[in-house]
Ligand binder design. Structure first.
Ligand SMILES: Cc1cc2nc3c(=O)[nH]c(=O)nc-3n(C[C@H](O)[C@H](O)[C@H](O)COP(=O)(O)OP(=O)(O)OC[C@H]3O[C@@H](n4cnc5c(N)ncnc54)[C@H](O)[C@@H]3O)c2cc1C
Length: 428
């Protein structure tokens, strides 16, 4: 029977295309380890892999199945840099730190692609990304940003696209101009996750599905994690639950909020060769960003709708189909084979959250929709920090991430109002 994630709606096309995945047994009983990891997405599994490879005894527990969180259900776009554009980071943090954060993201990109290559994981990488403007008026900014990237950040792969080029590459007249980034691309996220889990297990990490952490406590200089069948005792703990933290740990929960995002997959677009003829990933300039791309077998994978409450929309396909038709009228009524959602972990300033939340317990998440490459690399950087091999994670730890206002009770309604206002502005 096909597995349906209990924490996210819909069967994803990724699941359908991967088919049966290996099962990993639930943890049975109590164990003592050097490092325990809670959460089996990219962040947790990369940390487990890198620690096990170095000979550290590590156990990872995942409440459901690997890939049920954002890592198995996302848009697959790698992007470049941080979620915030370098100019914005530079104004806030100064040039040196902004440049260091850009370099970290480039390291993340190379790390991910090298990791897949080395471990022969077919992640279906397709190069290229287009960032396109849904409104006129910011053309000079787009041009300048492309120049800044080349001149100040030494990244020569971004070029400005005028209206003609934008519309030609997209096969749509709905966007005005944009930039093309030939130094990045998009991947099949679940294939990466499945390959990563088996690579971590082969390196000696003990990884367990269907094992929720129920509580985290501290005693005698150790951290104890209660599970349904026992207790994990560890010197160090990584909380890698991101948007799915729930009530497990209050500091993470106060700083990382879940937002639901939804994606639909169409049948292959063989009859519509002009739709993204270069097969790049596309992200637009809306606050509720529309992100779309073609899979290796030519389907349109279109993400766009967001929800700020835990309710799932009744018919994800209908909403996604409507958004597709706004951009590609010729695809009106196109058959959707899968539609699904997942929770993106966001922070207030849309920058990653990495913090010691209790002695010896680090929490990492809040990549704010830009986590495919950053979460993989953050897991590796966490391992490096345990092994005393690098300080790059400190760049994230030093970022000022305030808690969401309103406390546990009111932050969702407040955020709902704020985000609904921004979403409304997209439509005006
Ligand atoms: C629909 C969607 C589209 C996206 N598109 C993009 C994109 O195109 N590009 C991009 O860069 N980013 C994108 N993202 C974001 C990206 O997927 C995430 O940043 C990244 O996958 C985060 O990985 P993670 O390991 O930190 O968290 P996750 O992959 O969410 O993993 C957290 C895991 O923790 C587990 N867990 C929670 N509580 C417990 C507990 N108590 N005990 C044990 N386990 C627990 C959960 O079950 C889950 O599997 C998207 C996200 C979504 C949802």
């Amino acid at each position: 029977m096909t597995w349906q994630s209990p924490i996210a709606p819909g069967l994803s096309w990724y699941q359908a295309s991967v088919g049966e995945r290996p099962d990993y047994p639930a943890l049975d009983g109590s164990v003592s380890v050097d490092v325990a990891i809670i959460g089996g997405g990219y962040t947790g599994l990369q940390a487990a892999f890198n620690l096990a490879k170095a000979g550290v005894s590590v156990v990872l527990i995942e409440a459901h199945r690997f890939g049920d969180g954002a890592s198995g259900r996302n848009g697959g776009q790698l992007g470049t840099g941080q979620r915030a554009w370098p100019g914005e980071l530079e104004a806030e943090l100064g040039f040196e730190r902004s440049k260091a954060l850009f370099a970290l993201a480039e390291n993340a990109k190379h790390y991910l692609l090298d990791f897949a290559r080395q471990h022969e994981i077919d992640i279906e990488f397709i190069p290229g990304q287009l960032n396109v403007a849904h409104k006129p008026g910011w053309e000079a900014d787009y041009r300048r940003d492309a120049e800044i990237m080349a001149e100040r950040y030494g990244y020569p792969h971004i070029s400005f696209m005028d209206r003609g080029e934008t519309q030609e590459r997209l096969g749509s007249t709905r966007y005005h101009y944009g930039v093309r980034d030939t130094g990045t691309g998009h991947i099949h996220p679940l294939k990466l996750l499945v390959g990563l889990a088996s690579t971590a297990a082969a390196a000696g990490a003990r990884i367990h599905e269907m094992t929720p952490a129920k509580a985290i406590r501290q005693a005698g200089g150790k951290t104890l994690i209660d599970t349904p069948t026992g207790t994990i005792t560890a010197d160090r703990v990584l909380i890698a639950t991101n948007a799915y933290i729930g009530n497990l740990e209050p500091v993470t929960a106060a700083h990382v909020m879940p937002i639901r995002s939804f994606i639909g997959a169409t049948v292959p677009l063989d009859k519509f060769p002009s739709v993204i003829s270069g097969s790049e990933a596309v992200a637009d300039s809306r606050f509720v960003v529309r992100y779309f791309r073609k899979s290796r077998d030519g389907r349109l994978l279109f993400g766009g709708r967001e929800a700020y409450t835990s309710d799932s929309p009744r018919d994800i396909s209908t909403h996604i189909r409507r958004q597709i038709a706004e951009i590609y009228p010729e695809l009106e009524g196109i058959e959707m084979v899968n539609a699904w959602g997942g929770s993106v972990g966001i922070t207030l300033p849309r920058k990653p959250f990495a913090r010691e939340v209790m002695p010896g317990v680090t929490s990492i998440g809040g990549f704010s929709g830009h986590g495919v490459m950053l979460s993989n690399y953050s897991g590796k950087l966490y391992a490096d920090s345990i092994l005393g091999q690098g300080q790059e994670l400190d760049l994230f730890k030093e970022l000022k991430i305030p808690a969401f206002p309103g406390g546990a009770r009111f932050r969702s309604p407040l955020l709902f109002l704020a985000l609904t206002w921004y979403a409304l502005r997209d439509r005006l």
